[in-house]
Design a protein around this ligand. Structure first.
Ligand SMILES: [Zn+2]
Length: 291
C-alpha cells in the first residue's frame, strides 16, 4: 500500500515538473513579463499567454477572461473610426521648469510617438461626423497638464461651434504634478468649456482603465452619457488612501466600472468590441446623420 502511494506521489511530482517546464499551468507567477518572448503577453487576470497578432485581432481583449488591456490612442482610433485626422497636435509646452520634467516629456514623446497624454481627432464613426479624444496611459500615465487641458478645452469649443458630437475616452492618473497649480487649473478650465457645451451639444465620456484624480473630478464626470469599459477603475483618490482616512475596509470591487454602474455613476458598461456600434446608435438616436 505504501509503495503504491509513493509511486503515485512520484508520478504526480514528475507531472508537475513537466507542467512547469511547459509553462502551461496557472501558477505562472514566477515568469516575469520580461522573460516572455516579445510577441507574447500574459493576461494579468487569468495568466493566459496571448500572441501579439491574436491580441491585435481581438482588440487587446483577453480571449479567455475578457480582460481589457490598456490600448494606445492609435489602436483605439483605428478600431473605432472609418477615417480620421489628428488635430491640435501642435501646442507647445510652456511650464517645463520642474526638475527633470523636460527630459521626462521628451522620453514620453519618443516612447509613444504622440505629442501629449491625449490624442484628438475629427472623423467619422459609421459615417457620422464626430470629434474623438483618446487619453493615453502610456504617456506619463495620462496625466493632465496645461497642453492636455488646452486640447480638451479646444475639443469642447469646436464641438460647440461646429455642432459636432464629442466623445472622449478618459484614462488618467490625475493632474500632472510637475506643473503644480497650472495642472490643477485645467480642471476649472475644462469644466467651464463643458458647461458651455452643455447648452446645446452632446458629450459622451467613455471611462477606460484607470480614470482617476483631476480628470475624474472634472470632464470625465461631466458627460451627458457616461459609458465605461468592463473592469475600468474610476474614482478620485486611491482605495488605500480612502481606507486609511475613513478607517474602514472598502469592498473588493470598489471603484470598478461595475461598482460605479450599480451606484448610478455611469450609464452603461460596453465591451470594446461593441463600442463602435453602441456609439453609432447613440449618435443616430440623437439626430446626428450618417453622411
Ligand atoms: Zn485573461
Amino acid at each position: 500500500m505504501s509503495n503504491a502511494f509513493d509511486k503515485r506521489k512520484q508520478e504526480l511530482n514528475q507531472f508537475s515538473e513537466a507542467l512547469d517546464k511547459l509553462n502551461i499551468r496557472k501558477k505562472e507567477t514566477t515568469i516575469t513579463p520580461k522573460a516572455l518572448p516579445d510577441d507574447v503577453t500574459k493576461c494579468p487576470k487569468c495568466n493566459t499567454l496571448i500572441f501579439s497578432d491574436e491580441m491585435q485581432k481581438n482588440l487587446f481583449i483577453c480571449p479567455k477572461c475578457n480582460h481589457h488591456f490598456r490600448i494606445t490612442p492609435k489602436n483605439r482610433l483605428d478600431a473605432l473610426m472609418d477615417k480620421y485626422e489628428v488635430i491640435f497636435d501642435d501646442i507647445a509646452e510652456k511650464y517645463t521648469d520642474f526638475p527633470d520634467y523636460k527630459e521626462k516629456l521628451s522620453k514620453a514623446v519618443e516612447d509613444t510617438n504622440e505629442d501629449e497624454s491625449i490624442t484628438c481627432a475629427v472623423g467619422y464613426i459609421d459615417g457620422i461626423k464626430v470629434l474623438v479624444g483618446v487619453m493615453n496611459s502610456f504617456f506619463m500615465m495620462g496625466s493632465m497638464g496645461s497642453v492636455c487641458g488646452e486640447k480638451v478645452t479646444r475639443m469642447a469649443e469646436k464641438a460647440y461651434k461646429e455642432n459636432l458630437p464629442l466623445v472622449i475616452f478618459t484614462c488618467s492618473g490625475g493632474a500632472r504634478m510637475q506643473e503644480g497649480i497650472i495642472s490643477l487649473m485645467q480642471m476649472a478650465k475644462t469644466s467651464a468649456a463643458f458647461a458651455k457645451l452643455n447648452e446645446k451639444g452632446l458629450y459622451i465620456a467613455v471611462i477606460t482603465d484607470p480614470t482617476t484624480g483631476g480628470v475624474s473630478a472634472s470632464f470625465a464626470s461631466l458627460a451627458d452619457i457616461t459609458l465605461a469599459e468592463p473592469g475600468a477603475l474610476f474614482g478620485f483618490a486611491g482605495k488605500r488612501v480612502i481606507e486609511s482616512t475613513i478607517k474602514e475596509v472598502l469592498p473588493k470591487e470598489f471603484q470598478t466600472a461595475e461598482f460605479n454602474l450599480e451606484k448610478g455613476f455611469i450609464d452603461k458598461i460596453v465591451s470594446r468590441k461593441d463600442m463602435k456600434k453602441t456609439l453609432s446608435l447613440i449618435l443616430s438616436l440623437h439626430g446626428y446623420k450618417h453622411e
